[in-house]
Design a protein around this ligand. Sequence first.
Ligand code: FAD
Length: 374
Amino acid sequence: MRHRIAVIGGGPGGLTFARVLHRHDHPVTVLERDPAPDARPPGGTLDLHEELGQLAMDKAGLLAEFQALSRPEGQAMRILDTDGTVLRDWRPRPDDRANPEIDRKQLRDLLLGPLDVQWGRGVTEVVPGTRDGVVVHFADGRQETFDLVVGADGAWSRVRPAVSSVTPHYTGVTSVETSLDDVDTRHPDLARLIGDGSVAVYGVNRALVAQRNSGGHVKVYARFRAPLDWHTNLDLADVEAVRSSLLALFDGWAAPVLDLLRHGTVFVPRPLYVLPVSHTWPHVPGVTLLGDAAHLMPPLGAGANLAMLEGAELAESIAAAPGPGDLDEAIRAFEQQMWARASRWAKITTAGLERLVSPDPTEAIAHWDQVQPS
Ligand SMILES: Cc1cc2nc3c(=O)[nH]c(=O)nc-3n(C[C@H](O)[C@H](O)[C@H](O)COP(=O)(O)OP(=O)(O)OC[C@H]3O[C@@H](n4cnc5c(N)ncnc54)[C@H](O)[C@@H]3O)c2cc1C
């Protein structure tokens, strides 16, 4: 029996779900709000853990392609003091494949493969429990009905209200992102500072992190504790004003470190929001969530990994469920497994954010000493 299944959202979680179902010859409708794959910048690089994201790629039959594209050398991590002194310099062993990096665009294109995504299909509401099934309402006024709707539509999910009234709350930490292009040619000193992976500098309640993507592209994240309205007197569209305000915030830090901000082109503020660490909901037949929609947590290397593994696991259990009763049982079991694992990671990443943007910068070093292989 073929269930009518829709996944809302074509991020890492939704696409992995669809790709694994596709591998099992099960039809799935992928509904994505973006009008086209390249409608907006894809975001920074992702590290896929062996036991999470890489396992999901394996379930999708894409592990070899991932290994060919990913950058194991991107696992390198250097920590500097605010005066520029190198405090730590970890480099991966040549055979280390625990957490290699991949650009989001490369990952998305791998997952997309043969999938027939419906672009430009923004969902506004999902109504379960009707006679015909679960009704999905779209921004253009249309509606469609399915047996199962999977909300993989990220932090501000429009599917979540069908199962839970909880909404994300601000962590007290804001991240302002900027980037550098062609760093090896245009900024060779910064290229050396960043190395093959990431460089991080920790001060009192603030941090600067730069991470190499492929093709000489570098993403820079200025993170700091601040109220949500920290930019009230700042025109966020005024690049020079935002740059000056960040340079003032990191005043006194070593010149090469501040060059990461001086050479940044566009600045994008992202207040970091999270869902409660143990977010669950009473099971609703016909609707479930995965990824950030279910368990938004601080961006410390787990969110995409979890979303992908959840997508793969849910798809496998659906493919193995022959009838409507089995489908509901499979989803209940999936939710229990997802909640337990996500809650563990939410605790880890919440504690991590507290230490990485902390009144005591030695906490950040202690954090990395614990998580980096010696
Ligand atoms: C700076 C930064 C660095 C990070 N680094 C890492 C890392 O190294 N490793 C890691 O594992 N995680 C990392 N994360 C976290 C990771 O990006 C997210 O956890 C992950 O993208 C979640 O995937 P998802 O598929 O659940 O949701 P998303 O990636 O948010 O995808 C949701 C999709 O749904 C679509 N959508 C939204 N609303 C609608 C709607 N109403 N109708 C239709 N479609 C809709 C969106 O357009 C989007 O395509 C990082 C996050 C940040 C901010």
